[in-house]
Design a protein around this ligand. Structure first.
Ligand SMILES: Cc1ncc(COP(=O)(O)O)c(C=O)c1O
Length: 317
């Protein structure tokens, strides 16, 4: 990072940022890539670019863009998000039923937003066939399609399907460098040159022009080129953790698709706190529903230890 060549990225003159953006757009098979300070800004600027205030966006249950981005779709883009289906995806029938006829009383659906892998559903992969079905429908109806691909890397490694194939049906795709890939900061959006012009302007409007951001871009490039393939280790560690928790009597939500293990524990907040004190960090998605994530700082031998500590935390309550 300290050796990165830098320049003023607000003028498009930071070589490290340009290098990262080009490498990313090529990997995703798109014409244009843009670096963002966060996944939230990458998603929200994409939504702003593909909608107009007053429009409706259709998304899945628990979509990050609705649930965890601080109300910015409503507050900043002025759009209304409607969730349909069950957890990570929805059927074509459900989508068709959610799109109103042209009627001055109704808010038009201008965008469908998917999330892959799906965080709230526990790192679930939304299948490519499901995506292609949805994309056929949105294309026919002239509706845009955005992907919150914060963890698209994981879907690609778990299925062996290249990122470009996953990205192809979408107008805009956001990906985070700071999750499983392990970079300190940063996300990117891949899109067409045409959409990219507005995306770039709206990023600036949100204060996302970062001047000499090359130090961050270099860390992101390193993560993208050195930590992508190893996500397979996180996936196998997550499967081991799920099995161990099940053996210890925790109610686990099935075998994980990727690096997220969802399980239940009656202890609620007290259990969460006890686990933290023992050194195991979790997030509660609901009062008794917890998320554990495996990542590059967790080895297979840590998994056995984590399962034992979670058992101890449960017994403290
Ligand atoms: C699915 C998904 N999208 C977007 C984000 C937002 O990323 P950031 O925390 O960088 O804003 C997250 C973060 O947890 C996420 O899980």
């Amino acid at each position: 990072m300290s050796d990165s060549p830098v320049g003023d990225d607000v003028f498009g003159e930071d070589p490290s940022v340009n290098y990262l953006q080009d490498a990313f757009s090529e990997l995703l098979g798109k014409e244009y890539g843009l670096f963002f300070p966060s996944g939230t800004m990458a998603n929200q600027v994409s939504l702003q670019t593909l909608t107009r205030p007053g429009d409706t966006v259709i998304a899945s249950q628990g979509a990050h863009i609705l649930r965890y981005e601080s109300g910015s779709a409503a507050g900043l883009a002025g759009i209304h998000i409607e969730t349909i289906g069950e957890k990570s995806a929805f059927s074509l029938e459900e989508l068709e039923a959610a799109i109103p006829p042209r009627d001055p009383h109704r808010s038009p659906v201008s965008l469908v937003a998917l999330e892959n892998t799906h965080n709230y559903a526990g790192g679930k992969i939304v299948g490519l066939e499901t995506i292609k079905g949805i994309s056929n429908m949105t294309t026919k109806m002239g509706i845009g399609l955005h992907l919150d691909g914060a963890r698209l890397w994981n879907a690609s490694i778990a299925t062996g399907i290249p990122l470009a194939e996953w990205a192809e049906p979408f107008d805009t795709v956001s990906c985070c460098l700071s999750k499983g890939l392990g970079a300190p900061v940063g996300s990117l959006v891949a899109t067409t040159k045409e959409i990219g012009l507005t995306l770039h302007r709206f990023r600036k409007r949100m204060g996302g022009g970062m001047r000499q951001a090359g130090v961050l871009a270099s860390a992101g490039f390193y993560a993208m080129t050195h930590h992508f393939d190893r996500l397979a280790d996180d996936h196998s560690n997550a499967k081991i953790l799920a099995k161990k928790l099940e053996e210890k009597g925790f109610q686990v939500e099935g075998e994980p698709d990727t690096n997220i293990v969802m399980f239940r524990c009656d202890g609620g907040t007290k259990f969460l706190q006890a686990a933290r004190e023992l050194g195991v960090l979790l997030i509660a998605f609901e009062e008794f529903r917890f998320r554990a994530v495996t990542h590059l700082q967790i080895s297979t031998s840590d998994i056995e230890k984590a399962a034992l500590l979670l058992e101890e935390a449960r017994e403290k309550n």
